[in-house]
Design a protein around this ligand. Structure first.
Ligand SMILES: [Mn+2]
Length: 342
């Protein structure tokens, strides 16, 4: 589906022209795009005279802490009562980088009960019956929610109120969701990136924080995972990581430290489909990536998940070993669909 803008968006713009109690929120365990888009919108709304509150459903990865405005984020799990009150009293709630309320965990449940105007800006695939918003700005083909926030800001105010902080947040989402301009890239991505650079983004600084500031533990963990936890299945054109909880504890992993690991599996010659089985205390979190025509989001449906064609996620409440067995059985079923050359 191409860009879909709710037909009555001007009514929202009229509402934003007057002081409103505004909440911005995103999905749990926010990534670079979720944090970047939320903070960018927060900066922009401040600039036009609003005083929005950004509520993150859970804490965010350490490697995003440098983003301008993170000190203003209210973490729901740390300030539950205050956040509930803010959500209940809100006039407008912006829901960014997710299409289904459960992706925002407890914040989503609270929003479902709120009488506020709900605005959804997102690039995930959404079945129409699951739409919850009064206004929307959605494009499955967009590289990132940050790209859509750029368009939304421009749409709202063509005089361009992008400042360096807003642009830095947006650029971060563009870089992280495209794997540094490798996936989901279309001409528009580079046009937007060019405008953001013109607004003063310091690329060296962004690159440093995103790619050159990992802990020693995280780097040694990557080595361990590549050596001990990676399984390659040439008959299925598939490679997967099986990451036990004990390994993550041994390397004292922090939020976001497994980010990017799955791409190493995808980088192997002949591999079209890569999977990360990430054991958590209460479930196995699963990431799926593919190159080319294999639809990971359809496969992810077997694990209560979904997402984009080439990148999606799911989960399993079975043990790591049981989840792995189920995965292997499914790969056999999908064998012919996985057999293609790029
Ligand atoms: Mn995104």
């Amino acid at each position: 589906m191409p860009l879909e803008i709710s037909p009555n968006l001007d009514a929202l713009f009229v509402r934003l022209a007057h002081p409103a109690r505004i909440i911005i929120t995103t999905h749990q365990k926010p990534d670079g795009d979720a944090m970047g888009s939320s903070l960018a919108l927060w900066h922009y709304l401040n600039k036009i005279g609003q005083r929005p509150v950004f509520i993150s459903p859970t804490t965010y990865a350490d490697f995003l802490r440098w983003l301008p405005g993170t000190d203003q984020a209210l973490i729901y799990t740390d300030h539950k009562e205050r956040c509930d009150e803010l959500i209940d009293k809100a006039d407008v709630i912006f829901c960014l980088d997710f299409g289904e309320l459960h992706r925002a965990a407890d914040v989503g449940h609270r929003i479902a009960r709120s009488a506020a105007i709900k605005v959804n800006i997102d690039h995930h695939i959404l079945p129409p019956e699951k739409a919850f918003a009064d206004y929307w700005y959605r494009d499955e083909k967009a590289s990132s929610t940050c790209e859509l926030i750029y368009d939304f800001i421009y749409h709202h105010n063509p005089d361009n109120l992008l400042d360096t902080d807003t642009a830095t947040c947006l650029y971060t989402g563009l870089v992280t969701d495209t794997g540094a301009f490798r996936y989901s890239v279309n001409p528009r991505v580079h046009e937007v990136a060019a405008q953001l650079l013109a607004a003063g983004v310091d690329i060296d600084r962004v690159s440093f924080h995103l790619f050159s500031n990992f802990s020693e533990n995280r780097t040694r963990f990557m080595g361990y995972a590549l050596y001990e936890c990676l399984h390659v299945l040439p008959q299925y054109h598939t490679a997967y990581f099986r990451l036990p909880l004990e390994a993550q504890e041994r390397f004292q992993l922090r939020e976001g430290d497994t980010e990017g690991l799955v791409n190493f599996a995808l980088g192997i010659e002949g591999v079209n489909f890569a999977i990360l089985l990430n054991e958590q205390p209460d479930m196995v979190k699963i990431s799926f990536r593919s190159l080319g025509k294999f639809a990971t989001n359809l496969f992810a449906a077997h694990f209560k998940g979904g997402g984009h064609h080439n990148a999606s996620g799911g989960k399993s409440t079975e043990s790591l070993a049981q989840t792995e067995q189920r995965l292997l059985a499914l790969l056999e079923e999908y064998k012919t669909q996985l057999d293609y050359e790029l």
